[in-house]
Each structure stands twice: as C-alpha cells, then as structure tokens.
Design a protein around this ligand. Structure first.
Ligand code: NAD
Ligand code: UDP
Length: 316
C-alpha cells in the first residue's frame, strides 16, 4: 500500500483524485489551506482509517513520510489567482520548492499540476509540449502563468540535480461537479447563470476557443502519468475545441433554450484559442478522453442544480 500526499486535495481536481486513490485502497493525506477548497469535497473520507486531513499552507515547509506527492495546491480560476497575485506566485514557487524538498528527502515521486497557461496566448495551434509559449511576463495573468513556468523549471532542476522523480502534467480546461459556483470559470458561470434564468455572459464576442475535458478523464490521465515512466511535460486535455459561444449554446439547450446572451468586455490577456495536442499522452500513457462535452455537461449541470437548491451558490 502506498502513502499519497495530495496538496490542494480539498479542491475540485484534488478531491476527485482522492476519491480514486481511496477507492483503490491506498492511504491518502489531504493537505489544503481551504483558500478555494472545501471540506465538503472530501467529507465522505473524514474518519476513514486510511485518510488524514491537514490544514497547511504549502508556502511553509512540512515534514511527512510519503511515497507519492500529487502537487495540486494553487488557485486555478482567474478571479481567485488574481485576488492576491503575489500570494499566487509564492504558492507556485515556494509551494513547489517545499514539495520538491520533501520529495527529495523521502525519495517520493512528485507530480506537478501545471497548466496550458504556460503556452500563454499561443501562436502555435494546437499546442504541442515542444512549444515554448507566448506569455506576457507582466500582465494580470502572469502570477499564475509564470508561477507555473517556474514551478516546472524547479521540477526539472530537482530532477537533474538531485535525481527527484518528477512528472509534469500540463492540464487544459477541465470541468465537472465540485467546481465552485462563483469561481468565474466559464463552464460554472454559464451553468449557474442558466439555472438562475439569467443571460449568459460572453466575454468579447465569444469567438475565442477552449477545449474542455471532463474531470474523470483528467484524473485518469494524472494517474497514468504518475504510474508511468514518462516525466513530461505532457498535455492532458480534451482536443475537441469549441468557441465560447458554442459552449454557451450547449448549456442553454440543456437548461433553458430561451435564455439570451449578453456580451461583456474581454478580460486582459485572454487567450484567443486553446487546444491540446495529445499525441504524446496517447503514445506514452495510452490515454485519451472518453467523455464528450455534451455528455459531461449533464452531470455537471445536475450537481450545480443540487448545490443551488441547497442554497450554497453565491454571486455570479
Ligand atoms: P481549485 O481551486 O479547486 O483547487 C486548488 C486547491 O488548492 C484548493 O483546495 C485550495 O484551497 C488549495 N490551495 C491553494 N493555495 C494553497 C496553498 N498555498 N496551500 C495549500 N493549499 C492551497 O482548483 P483545481 O481546478 O482543482 O486545480 C487544481 C490544480 O490543477 C491547480 O494547481 C491548477 O493550477 C491546476 N489546473 C487546473 C485546471 C482546471 O481546468 N481545473 C487547468 C489547469 C491546471
Ligand atoms: N468567459 C466568458 N464568459 C464567462 C466566463 C469566461 O466568455 O462568464 C470566457 C473567458 O473570457 C475565456 C474563456 O471563457 O475566454 C474561458 O475562461 P475561463 O476563466 O474558464 O478559463 P481560462 O481563460 O483560464 O482558460
């Protein structure tokens, strides 16, 4: 039996990953400072003999004995990572530095949850791992984008200098149950707006594109990466690309086709297009997404409906 540390384990992706690790019979330590995570996401495991919960901030060092470190701690939605950009940069740099130090000390393998944002507003489409990116170093998204870039750098320097076993996943837009209703990301925004009978907010004219991966597919990719021998960086995402207007239309069709759209200004440095090239994941991990956007939206909408009925949605 392996001991897993999941940083950011009370968050959206982390809690789904913990479900999978617990269901496989392993031991899991969930570490989180609850900035965007919620105890409700991991409540079903609290009290389980193979599960431990630690309230801790990854910008501070910690000593633990573990075999695998899944390093996910970092706010992921623009409104959260821009809330305190200096803290976001610290979380990426110091957090990854502390976790790599831990990995080195206890000889654990570390997987970093990096992001498609390392490609910035890409000039190459779709984006292969060999593309170095087009990132604004001083913009409002830089704390996150550059934070993840230095986190990747740290991983490969620890690997070269100290032989730490690293795995780096570049995660593209992922959605599913347990996203926060007020985190401002496009899938949660549209669903919450539609369920509340409000107009769907298209930033710009909605012609920008994203490629949306359902959470179960993503977690499957992370597990394959951690267990395999390829270090990465490796893209994990669904290559089916949609304009934001198409996404809005899909959500509207499933919830209430009569709802109007309203155009709002495009946020600064908002990438115009994004689609993962996943040939490497196909070859190295024998992985590709299996859930279409059409299929994945239904359980996501149902989960938000339940949440809003319980009165847990705020804002948006
Ligand atoms: P999330 O906000 O739901 O989860 C992040 C978790 O990290 C939260 O539980 C939060 O409380 C915790 N956290 C934040 N700062 C911390 C700190 N300093 N110390 C300890 N815990 C801290 O976001 P998510 O969507 O689950 O994203 C998880 C990881 O995956 C992040 O690293 C994110 O950058 C990466 N990622 C996610 C996506 C996506 O589409 N969801 C895409 C690319 C990359
Ligand atoms: N977006 C939108 N309406 C919203 C929220 C987001 O049109 O209510 C757009 C946003 O401008 C971006 C895309 O949807 O072009 C994805 O935004 P999100 O914040 O989900 O992810 P990211 O930009 O980090 O990929």
């Amino acid at each position: 039996m392996q001991i897993h540390l999941v940083t950011g384990g009370a968050g959206f992706l982390g809690s789904h990953l913990i479900d999978r690790l617990m269901e496989a019979g392993d031991e899991v330590i969930c570490l989180d400072n609850y900035f965007t995570g919620r105890k409700a996401n991991i409540a079903r495991w609290i009290g389980h003999p193979r599960f431990e919960l630690i309230r801790h901030d990854v910008t501070e060092p910690i000593k633990l004995e573990v075999d695998r470190i899944w390093h996910l701690a970092c706010p992921a939605s623009p409104i959260h990572y821009q809330f305190n950009p200096v803290k976001t940069a610290k979380t990426s740099f110091l957090g990854t530095y502390n976790m790599l130090g831990l990995a080195r000390r206890v000889r654990a393998r570390l997987l970093l949850a990096s992001t498609s944002e390392v490609y910035g507003d890409p000039e190459v489409h779709p984006q292969p791992e060999s593309y170095w990116g087009s990132v604004n170093p001083i913009g409002v998204r830089s704390c996150y984008d550059e934070g993840k870039r230095i986190a990747e750098t740290l991983c490969f320097d620890y690997q070269r200098m100290n032989g730490v076993e690293v795995r780096v996943a570049r995660i593209f837009n992922t959605y599913g149950p347990r996203m926060l209703p007020d985190d401002g990301r496009v899938v949660s925004n549209f669903i919450v707006q539609a369920l509340r009978g409000k107009p769907l907010t298209l930033y710009g004219n909605g012609s920008q594109t994203r490629s949306f991966c359902y959470v179960s597919d993503l977690v499957d990719g992370l597990i394959r990466l951690m267990n395999g021998s390829h270090m990465g960086p490796i893209n994990l995402g669904n290559p089916d690309e949609f304009t934001i207007r198409q996404l809005a239309d899909l959500v509207r069709k499933k919830v209430n086709p009569a709802l109007p759209f309203v155009e709002k200004p495009l946020p600064e440095d908002d990438p115009q297009q994004r689609q993962p090239a996943i040939d490497l994941a196909r070859q190295q991990l024998n992985w590709q997404p299996t859930v279409s956007l059409e299929q994945g939206l239904s359980p996501t909408i149902d989960s938000f409906r339940n949440l809003l009925e319980l009165g847990e949605g705020r804002g948006t």
